[in-house]
Design a protein around this ligand. Sequence first.
Ligand SMILES: [Zn+2]
Ligand SMILES: [Zn+2]
Length: 133
Amino acid sequence: MRMRGEKVQADVLAILHQRHGSMSAYDILAQLREANPKIAPPTIYRALAALTERGRVHRLESLNAFTACQCDHHQHAAILSVCDDCGAVEESVAPELLQALSSIAGKTGFTATRHVIEVHGICASCSGGPVPS
Ligand SMILES: [Zn+2]
Ligand SMILES: [Zn+2]
């Protein structure tokens, strides 16, 4: 049972890595069903929850979708930039920004435990501008 769960997680991660954008749980399920028609939605949700927990996958709250983590350090809050044109998702890390947000929220005595930062816009290739290397 445990082995099977890990297999599903690996499959989900592979599917998300192929896509340079985000996918809904339903899209992922549809793709997995091509190889394994019997796979059930709760299996996918469990795999996504485990992958998100470990930072291998990030949840895009604004789109109710998931994207593969693009960097090596997995335990961080990512800043996710979403292209509204092609759907590409870019990931950036800015610990100082997270700290600043925590301290702003903390002014009222609030304790921040989780940051969700999503930026919508147009990516470099869709805007026709120079693509940074
Ligand atoms: Zn990441
Ligand atoms: Zn784009």
